[in-house]
Design a protein around this ligand. Structure first.
Ligand code: PMP
Ligand code: GLU
Length: 396
């Protein structure tokens, strides 16, 4: 018998769909992959060059468990400049991607049975990472009417003596919605009043397309600063998904405990990737602007096209690079004689017949939806959406 806990963990559906699309592509199938949350751009050249230089300069050995001091410094500078947050390097833990950072966070914070409030729709890995660390995910459903944002009243209704933390992800994967300063201030007040930690996943902070501003909840006062663990990384902003560098900023005590955990789990994040991350954070930022411009054009196109298809719709995402499409209008209807009863069936029929991969909303805690990433080229998007039109046109 294997570990009951590990056996209860489901595989990441985003990675599974992406792997399936890549496999079909390798087999010669003309598949369009809206699955992966992975920028299609190459890592900017100055970042790649920094890694090559690091390799030649001998960054091929263990680094301190919580990261190179130089990178911790660069992260502190970034947090001050972008987010108005003051941290010392001892408060920064660099990990193998933000996903690993989240694993460290819950390893450090949770005792068995501790509850973590996760507003739905949520990123697929949150509940599983909480459960891997013996916590209990408490899902709070939000609605399209509130632009998928959780309110303090909803948080209060979910509060129990075992509540330990709340996860806030703004801009959100999968909805792309962004919390305003006032909304965050209300959540901060609730967290402080109840002594709850806030895990603030800010990995999409640079990918905002309209006039909304990104605010870190940690910047909204001394008390919330101490209760917040900021999670961020270079994967999305700098097209560095494969480099595996993420980080946290927290109280020194939480950072120390996470560093201890990490020292046994992985020793340290990859040395040359850390040097590349320094180049990303400290180098020119025009590469981010260029990627953002391309994402904005794709987003506008996707939203317009999808909302013009009868039976399908989406709320405009303000940030990140996903469109969360409501497919519930197709439930109970048929595609070429086959019943669509769920978003899983919608996604399966769409892939089977039109060779387009999307991620069903089930894994995001939103079964009426499917998620389409727009981190793929415009010609690919155009082709994928024209197949979507064909597919929807055959639903009766
Ligand atoms: N948080 C969110 C909301 C994400 O979408 C992702 C995407 N993988 C991550 C964290 C983790 O990113 P990474 O591990 O590549 O840094
Ligand atoms: N975060 C991305 C996504 O949601 C990458 C895959 C993953 O890590 O889940 O698609």
């Amino acid at each position: 018998m294997l570990s009951r806990k590990a056996l209860s963990i489901s595989p990441s559906p985003t990675l599974a769909i992406d792997a399936l699309a890549k496999k079909l592509k390798a087999e010669g199938v003309d598949v369009i992959g809206f699955g992966a949350g992975e920028p299609d751009f190459d890592t900017p050249v100055h970042i790649r060059e920094a890694a090559v230089r690091a390799l030649e300069e001998g960054y091929t050995r263990y680094t301190p468990a919580s990261g190179l001091p130089e990178l911790q410094q660069a992260i502190c500078k970034k947090l001050l400049a972008d987010n108005g947050l003051t941290y010392t390097p001892a408060q920064i833990v660099v990990s193998n991607g933000a996903k690993h950072s989240l694993t460290n966070v819950f390893a450090a914070l949770l005792n068995p049975g501790d509850e973590v409030i996760i507003p739905a729709p949520f990123w697929v890995s949150y509940p599983e990472i909480v459960r891997l660390n013996d916590g209990v995910p408490v899902i709070v459903e939000t609605s399209r009417q509130s632009r998928f944002k959780v309110t303090v009243d909803q948080l209060a209704a979910a509060l129990t003596p075992r509540t330990r933390a709340i996860i806030i992800n703004s801009p959100s994967n999968p909805t792309g919605q962004i919390y305003t300063r006032d909304e965050l201030a209300a959540i901060a007040g609730f967290a402080v009043a109840n002594g709850l930690y806030v895990i603030s996943d800010e990995i999409y902070e640079k990918l905002i397309y309209g006039s909304e501003e990104h605010v870190s909840i940690a910047a909204l006062g001394r008390e919330i600063y101490h209760l917040t663990v900021v999670v961020n990384g270079v994967s999305k902003t700098y097209a560095m998904t494969g480099w595996r560098i993420g980080y946290t900023a927290s109280s020194p005590e939480i950072a120390r405990v996470m560093g201890n955990v990490q020292s046994h789990a992985t020793s340290n994040p990859n040395a040359m990737a850390q040097k590349a991350a320094v180049a990303a954070l400290e180098g020119p930022q025009d590469c981010v602007e260029a990627m953002k411009k391309a994402f904005a054009i794709r987003r506008d196109y996707m939203v317009e096209q999808i909302n013009a298809i009868p039976g399908l719709s989406c709320v405009e995402p303000a940030g990140a690079f996903y469109v969360f499409m409501d497919v519930s209008g197709t439930f109970g209807r048929h595609y070429r004689g086959r019943l669509i009863g769920s978003s899983d069936e919608f996604a399966a029929l769409f892939l089977e017949n039109e060779k387009v991969a999307v991620v069903p909303g089930t894994g995001f805690g939103a079964p009426d939806y499917v998620r389409l990433s727009y981190a793929l080229s415009l010609p690919q998007i155009e082709k994928g959406l024209s197949r979507l039109k064909n597919f929807a046109g055959e639903i009766r």
